[in-house]
Design a protein around this ligand. Structure first.
Ligand SMILES: [Zn+2]
Length: 123
């Protein structure tokens, strides 16, 4: 009979998706990575990790956003051709989808980048 497995033994990286969704700090796992829905904090308020300096070089963010917006616009035009929904319906559907899609893509991208940089900076 084994004693209970200690869940605190789990030292692996959290999955990127939960990390991006809740904005987990790569260092202390606190939910401190984002100051706004799609903006990184300057530093972790819990452990003082310099997030700003890890973000350096992540300037493809604009390109990612534009590509995603472009993909969504093309998708929107495709649906328009196909279903010919009334304009208000297109707008009611695509406005939130675009906002949520862009925010999520940015969070995911930035989290991925910060985690990558954090690992690089470890000895
Ligand atoms: Zn931290």
């Amino acid at each position: 009979m084994l004693p209970d497995d200690s869940p605190t033994e789990n030292k692996g990286q959290p999955g990127l998706v939960p990390a991006a969704l809740s904005g987990l700090c790569p260092c202390c796992r606190g939910k401190t990575l984002f100051a706004a829905p799609a903006a990184l904090a300057n530093e972790c308020v819990a452990c003082g990790l310099d997030i700003r300096s890890l973000e350096r070089g992540g300037r493809f963010v604009g390109v990612v956003t534009m590509l995603l917006a472009l993909a969504l616009i093309i998708a929107a035009l495709g649906v328009d051709e196909w279903l010919r929904p009334p304009l208000w319906l297109s707008f009611a559907f695509w406005a939130p989808v675009t906002v949520v899609g862009v925010i999520f893509a940015l969070r995911f991208y930035k989290t991925m980048w910060v985690y990558h940089q954090y690992e690089e900076s470890q000895p």
